[in-house]
Design a protein around this ligand. Structure first.
Ligand SMILES: Cc1ncc(COP(=O)(O)O)c(C=O)c1O
Length: 416
């Protein structure tokens, strides 16, 4: 699809925060994206009409059950899961990584090695490192100078001792995409499992757990145009085998065994609406949308987002390349754009990242500075984790015009 066909104007109209009149530029989407009106409506509707506990015999409670079931189906379609019960809802990605990692440590068996990468968010590193006291041995899959993980470097780390490979689908700091399908193929060839952190990748492209053939995958709803919540997907037989904490009377069955306690039902309703928003975007792009399945519509939307976002990456890298004394980390070549999402990590040489972010804030632009929860990656890139870098993380509602204003502000940052 041609870039000109991406309906950026109508997309932006759906997001109240983008139309509040202040023209604020949201370039901190890696820390959380804005929500469309339909998501806000779904959350409000839930709170107004069914703010009760699930599992009761009265109408409101049964509507909560139905709403959760609907959201499970939507998220299963978004991920191309085999079945909705493989999806569990909860607070956030980190707590799910912790839950799975603790359970795996309890059923390690003879395979004691877990492979982690230094490209990942610390949530998908520290959780696995914390198992070292439980007999786990860590092996490091190291990012190369180019800011990407190469599967050739994973090969020698895998063996009959490997229990699991934990890695990101895309780096939250640099935006580099990992060839996770190949990771799964290689890991499975050695009898190991794969745990994917899709938190940063999820708003940017198609997720297909069946095609990737991964074993577990975690996401945060608040990065995919939903409120604060997270979800975990896992292959049925693997989730069933996980020993999880639950009260004695809770059956050892998915998804209930993963979801003990109460989670934020209104935000799950919001997650369902966020998938609905993406599906509607896909429907609007399809010539023959009636015969298209919900999954087809979602794939169409995410593919169109990917194409549009590549133009944002290209423009951001081009315009920033014209600045004096800027270091942009990670993939920069136009020919390599398919291997990254529009997450641009950089420093203006000689200017503290905090000052750059503060100047952006004064000019109505939200960016992030610091270590992006990836201090190892920053050190690997030669950036002191204490001062860090600046990250502009764009999504499909951002525009080339916003990039222009952003680069103008960067140009005016006082270097003295
Ligand atoms: C790649 C990645 N993994 C994990 C996390 C942690 O997610 P959560 O806040 O849902 O625990 C983040 C948050 O920014 C992230 O970007």
């Amino acid at each position: 699809m041609a870039n000109s066909s991406f309906p950026i104007t109508s997309v932006r109209q759906l997001f109240p925060a983008l139309n509040s009149g202040d023209n604020f530029i949201f370039f901190d989407n890696g820390a959380g994206a804005q929500i469309p009106q339909s998501v806000l409506d779904a959350v409000c509707h839930h709170l107004v009409s069914r703010n009760v506990q699930r599992g009761g015999r009265y109408r409101h409670s049964q509507e909560v059950d139905a709403s959760i079931q609907q959201a499970r189906q939507s998220v299963a379609t978004l991920l191309n899961a085999h079945e909705p019960s493989e999806v569990a809802f909860g607070m956030n990605a980190t707590s799910f990584i912790r839950l799975v990692s603790l359970a795996i440590a309890d059923i390690l068996g003879a395979r004691k090695e877990i492979i982690v990468s230094d490209l990942d968010h610390e949530a998908n590193i520290a959780t696995w490192l914390a198992l070292q006291g439980k007999g786990v041995e860590i092996r490091w899959w190291k990012m190369r100078e180019d800011g990407t993980l190469h599967v050739e470097d994973l090969e020698p780390l895998l063996s009959s001792r490997t229990r699991l490979v934990a890695c990101a689908v895309a780096s939250n700091a640099l935006g580099s995409i990992v060839n996770v399908k190949e990771v799964a193929r290689m890991a499975h060839a050695e009898g190991a499992e794969v745990f994917l952190d899709a938190v940063h990748y999820a708003p940017h492209g198609v997720i297909d757990v069946q095609d990737w053939d991964c074993d577990y995958l975690v996401c945060s709803g608040y990065k995919i145009f939903a409120p604060h919540m997270g979800f975990l997907w896992g292959k049925r037989e693997l989730l069933e085998a996980l020993p999880t904490f639950r009260e004695d009377f809770i059956p050892d069955e998915i998804p209930g065994k993963i979801e003990v306690g109460t989670f934020v039902y209104e935000n799950v309703a919001g997650m369902n609406a966020a998938v609905g928003y993406l599906e509607e975007l896909g429907r609007s792009l399809l010539a023959d949308s009636h015969s298209a399945s919900p999954r087809d519509r979602l794939v169409t939307a995410m593919e169109a987002i990917r194409v549009y976002e590549a133009t944002l990456s290209a423009e951001a890298l081009r315009a920033m390349g014209e600045l004096d004394d800027v270091t942009v980390y990670g993939i920069r070549k136009a020919s390599q754009l398919e291997h990254r999402v529009p997450t641009i990590c950089f420093n203006l040489n000689g200017v503290p990242a905090a000052r750059v972010a503060a100047v952006c804030a004064e000019n109505g632009i939200g960016v992030r500075d610091g270590n992006m929860y990836s201090p190892r990656l920053l050190r690997r890139m030669g950036i002191p984790a204490e001062t860090g870098a600046v990250r502009a993380s764009l999504v499909h509602y951002n525009t080339v015009e916003e990039i222009g204003k952003f680069v103008d502000v960067l140009r005016r940052v006082n270097r003295n």
